[in-house]
Design a protein. Structure first.
Length: 397
């Protein structure tokens, strides 16, 4: 474990010496602070946060029942559902559905990062592309995400230009809109030709058997509707009782990270269909012909009844991450891959075990600023400290 921490420490020092990465992080954090000012005194968002805290608390008291209800209602809606207890179970389930030799496009999903799904499908002979702009930039750069939502915030525009010239043979101007337009054209071609589209979820409504997503780019709804086969991969912690609850969770995440409502809210309750002839349901219509959902446990149910249970209230807005003085200094060096920062330490403990999270705990200064920004009231700094002292003892470096 000492060796793991020493390597982590070296990586942090390497990252802080990367002037361009620090420039990207500083620009993104400045933008975040401007967005946060939009929420000051916003009674609507404050009320929404209280409602979502109540929804999440009620959900965790009956999570097994709600997951069963979600599965039953999704199957009633024509969705094939798999409950994956482990990471390997989830990978095997998606691998069996996709097969080999397919063109796969996917929208942003922290759970698929947790699983290493893109790499796994690629190793099975599939061509896989991220369609979220930030995730795409990370894919072609080989770098790790720096934030739950703003995943590529550590890539400044200058580095993005070099990436596009190198990987896409882009020869256009250096302004951001032109670069975004080039990526749009590249990805639109892949989406239109894709065999499989993989999406995530901001929330899952148990009573309705519906998946809710918020997004701004429009790539998620294209990924979920244009390819004939649609697969949603998400954690069981995203399940909430009703569709109204799910909307509240999704909207709060958007407000907390950007200060504004989302451009798009997507609700998916099954493969496409129509009742326009004699009200008889016919599938498919214009959208996906087939839909699967993989609900991932991977340590989540084991956290129930432990101090880590409150981590399952997390809506992945990332507000705490952008307020963290350590993460905004060392960036994705403080990460287990999918999960970064103080809240990432806790998610690592849930999904990989406390021992895997232990080296990460030593980068937390326990200032607890993150807790002031968390709309779910999660005791991030306190819980990281408990992990550190409960497992680590004294670490000599």
């Amino acid at each position: 474990m000492c060796a793991d921490f020493l390597e982590l420490k070296k990586e942090a020092y390497r990252w802080t010496s990367d002037e361009r990465a620090r420039t990207g992080m500083e620009r993104a954090c400045a933008s975040f602070q401007a967005s946060r000012r939009l929420l000051e005194g916003n009674a609507y968002v404050d009320s929404l946060a209280r409602d979502v805290r109540d929804v999440k608390s009620r959900t965790l008291r009956a999570l097994d029942e709600l997951v069963s209800q979600a599965r039953e209602n999704m199957e009633r809606n024509g969705i094939h559902v798999v409950l994956a207890r482990t990471k390997d179970d989830a990978l095997a389930a998606v691998g069996d559905i996709v097969g080999t030799g397919k063109l796969v496009v996917k929208s942003k999903s922290i759970v698929t990062e947790e699983l290493g799904l893109r790499e796994y499908l690629g190793s099975r002979g599939n061509e896989v592309w991220e369609t979220d702009l930030g995730e795409f930039l990370l894919q072609i750069s080989g770098k790790r995400p720096a934030h739950f939502v703003a995943v590529s915030m550590h890539l400044p525009r200058e580095e993005v230009l070099e990436l596009l010239r190198s990987k896409l043979k882009y020869d256009g101007p250096s302004d951001i809109p032109s670069m975004v337009g080039a990526v749009r054209e590249f990805l639109r071609d892949r989406i239109l030709r894709a065999d499989v589209g993989i999406i995530g979820a901001n929330a899952v409504a148990a009573a309705d058997g519906s998946i809710v997503q918020v997004e701004n780019e429009g790539n998620a709804r294209l990924t979920g509707t244009v390819p004939p086969l649609n697969i949603a991969v998400t954690g069981i912690d995203k399940v909430v009782p009703t569709l109204v609850d799910a909307f509240k969770v999704a909207l709060l995440e958007s407000y907390e990270v950007g200060g504004t409502p989302p451009t798009y809210v997507n609700v998916t309750s099954g493969p496409s269909g129509t009742r326009d002839v004699e009200h008889a349901l016919v599938r498919p219509a214009q959208g996906a012909k087939e839909m699967h959902v993989v609900l991932v446990d991977n340590g989540r149910s084991s956290a129930i009844g432990t101090p880590l249970e409150e981590v399952l209230r997390c809506i992945r807005c990332g507000s705490c991450q952008l307020a963290c003085p350590v993460l905004t200094t060392v960036g994705p060096a403080w990460s287990s891959g999918a999960y970064m920062g103080g809240i990432g330490v806790l998610w690592t403990a849930v999904t990989m075990g406390p021992e895997a999270a232990l080296p990460l705990t030593y980068l937390c200064g326990e200032c607890r600023v993150c807790e002031d920004y968390c709309p779910m009231g999660i005791r991030v700094g306190e819980l990281v400290g408990e992990l550190k002292r409960g497992l680590g003892g004294k670490l000599e470096v």
